[in-house]
Design a protein around this ligand. Structure first.
Ligand code: SAM
Ligand code: SF4
Length: 317
């Protein structure tokens, strides 16, 4: 369905858990999340009902996210049931990759066709610093397992952080020449509790264009990403200017959090609960949420933090 600004809403990001086996500094606090009561979180049946309600409103693509979706005990069953819903043509999943060695093949069998894998650095020590956990080897093995499993599309997502990985723009981009993957650079968003980044950590994606002089700009767009390609590469480079040049005008998505709140806008704390509702109740709430989408979110910068009211692990990115 269309929102009040004529935007066709076709994409739902469904967060299945707030929990994670990493602690990325830009995403969640070191001591993790205080585990909410089980009763406050959506059940598997509620997630499936919500996905059906979304499909009835014209959603065709669902991305499973988290927290880390692969720490969720029943993740394969959730994927399988959602991929069977009529009208859902695309089931994607975003993961930190550390559990993909075990899950790549089962996820594909469960109907996931596309994977986004988050990886901010190719240096194991820097990985341990930014995620506050050792896990580089597991993530690298996970990416290899995903490539071997033959997903339709694999995108590696790197959050661009000045003073941390701006010296790795070339080596991360080179992955598109070695493997059949896209690499996307995402501007660091100033979330609620990710306050330990200094102003110079907030680099615009133009820094990538400057660094990778030989890139060719591709026509059209890759959703929220501007697409480029290195000569001879197997995959594309995507630039996501979430802060320096927002894409609210073409926003086609809503989000559903693991505790059952529909967020019409990532950077707003306006939320609509579907917890405990049946199909019709959920559909009505989603309709209200879609019609409640603002034209645009408030400006973001190193000094102007997101008004999301939650950290990213409680939203899903
Ligand atoms: N755990 C999974 C992962 O890391 O891919 C899925 C959830 S994570 C919240 C989804 C995406 O949000 C990841 O690509 C992560 O890098 C991104 N993200 C988290 N906090 C962010 C921030 N402050 N700015 C930009 N991207 C962020
Ligand atoms: Fe976990 Fe993903 Fe957040 Fe990192 S970005 S802490 S992997 S949810």
């Amino acid at each position: 369905m269309r929102d009040n600004f004529g935007r066709e809403i076709t994409y739902l990001r469904l967060s299945v858990t707030e929990l994670c086996n990493l602690r990325c500094r830009y995403c969640m606090p070191e001591d993790g999340v205080c585990k909410k009561s089980h009763a406050d979180m959506l059940t598997e049946d509620e997630m499936v009902t919500a996905a059906k309600a979304a499909a009835a409103l014209g959603i065709t693509k669902i991305r499973i996210t988290g927290g880390e979706p692969l720490v969720k005990r029943n993740i394969l069953s959730i994927c399988e049931r959602i991929s069977d819903i009529e009208g859902i043509n695309e089931l994607c999943l975003t993961t930190n990759g550390t559990l993909l060695k075990e899950f790549a093949v089962p996820l594909k069998k469960a109907g996931v066709s596309r994977l986004n894998i988050s990886l901010d650095t190719l240096d194991p020590e820097k990985f341990a610093h930014i995620t506050r956990r050792d896990g580089f080897e597991a993530a690298a093995e996970g990416i290899r397992a995903a490539v071997e499993a033959g997903f339709e599309k694999i995108k590696i997502n790197a959050v661009l952080i000045g003073g941390f990985n701006d010296d790795e723009i070339v080596s991360l981009a080179e992955l598109t020449r070695k493997y059949p993957v896209d690499v996307r650079f995402i501007e660091l968003m100033p979330m609620y509790d990710s306050g330990d980044f200094k102003q110079d950590a907030y680099l615009p994606v133009d820094a990538v264009i400057e660094e990778l002089g030989s890139m060719e700009k591709l026509p059209g767009n890759g959703g929220v990403a501007d697409l480029y390609r290195l000569p001879g590469a197997l995959g594309n480079i995507g630039l996501i200017s979430a802060v320096s040049n927002h894409f609210c005008g073409s926003c086609n998505r809503i989000r559903l959090t693991a505790d059952g709140k529909i967020k019409p806008c990532l950077h707003s704390d306006v939320e609509f609960s579907v917890k405990g509702l049946d199909f019709e109740g959920m559909k009505a709430q989603m309709e209200t949420a879609i019609l409640g989408k603002p034209a645009c979110h408030d400006p973001l910068s190193a000094k102007e933090r997101s008004h999301a009211g939650r950290n990213m692990n409680q939203i899903g990115g």
